[in-house]
Write a protein that binds this ligand. Structure first.
Ligand code: GRF
Length: 205
């Protein structure tokens, strides 16, 4: 089944582009119904326009609170009939209870470190400054916590030879692009059962 997805992105959108390319190449059985962004300046918007993906701009300043902003995002997800919500460099934490409840275990995020190590911003610099020899990426469900929802997929990346945080980021980003499309594809071929923190993949028969 071709899974209808919504992508939320705030910045350069390289993961968004990688997902679109994987779909085009027949490696990811998904369809991007909408790009939702909080940033009118996001390069992700240009990528969406080039791929005929509708764009919805939902700016923080247009709402009294983060909860109200997330109510609007939920309305859009309902309207575009997204079955999976893919955060790809979306800068705001999701705070709306209605949104998180309605899309429980259907919102995923990619984080450029092996969680629970190095959560939050600048994960690649955190790993470099700590002197870690191995870091990587985590794809997880999004809940009320910061980067601590149930883990779907992780991949280690050897960063021992990196000379600065930018090299760490570049190595991990390359892996992110493949991994995110693969994990999205897996949603079209099965389900993830979530019990507490443990996530198990149940492929369709
Ligand atoms: C990626 O490093 C991702 O792991 C993190 O935000 C960054 C987004 O990059 N959540 P891009 O906008 O997809 O290029």
């Amino acid at each position: 089944m071709r899974i209808p997805i919504a992508v939320l992105a705030s910045g350069r959108g390289s993961n968004f582009l990688a997902i679109l390319k994987a779909i085009k190449a027949g490696k990811c059985d998904a369809e991007v119904k909408v790009l939702i962004t909080n940033n009118y300046d996001a390069a992700a918007i240009t990528i969406a326009r080039e791929h005929n993906v509708p764009v919805e701009l939902v700016e923080r300043k247009g709402f009294k609170s983060r909860e109200e902003l997330d109510v609007r995002i939920k309305e859009l997800l309902d309207q575009y009939r997204a079955e999976l919500v893919v955060l790809a460099g979306y800068a705001l934490l999701l705070k709306g209870k209605a949104l998180l409840d309605a899309y429980r275990n259907r919102i995923i995020n990619i984080h450029p470190a092996i969680l629970p190590a190095f959560p939050g911003v600048d994960a690649q610099k955190q790993a470099f400054d700590y002197g870690a020899k191995v870091s990587g990426l985590t794809i997880h469900f999004v809940d009320e916590s910061l980067d601590a929802g149930p883990i779907i997929y992780q991949e280690a990346v050897d960063i021992g030879a990196c000379r600065d945080p930018d090299e760490v980021a570049a190595l991990i980003l390359k892996r992110e692009h493949e991994a995110y499309a693969k994990v999205i594809h897996s949603f079209s071929k099965g389900k993830y059962a979530v019990e507490g923190r443990r996530v198990t993949y149940l492929p369709d028969k």
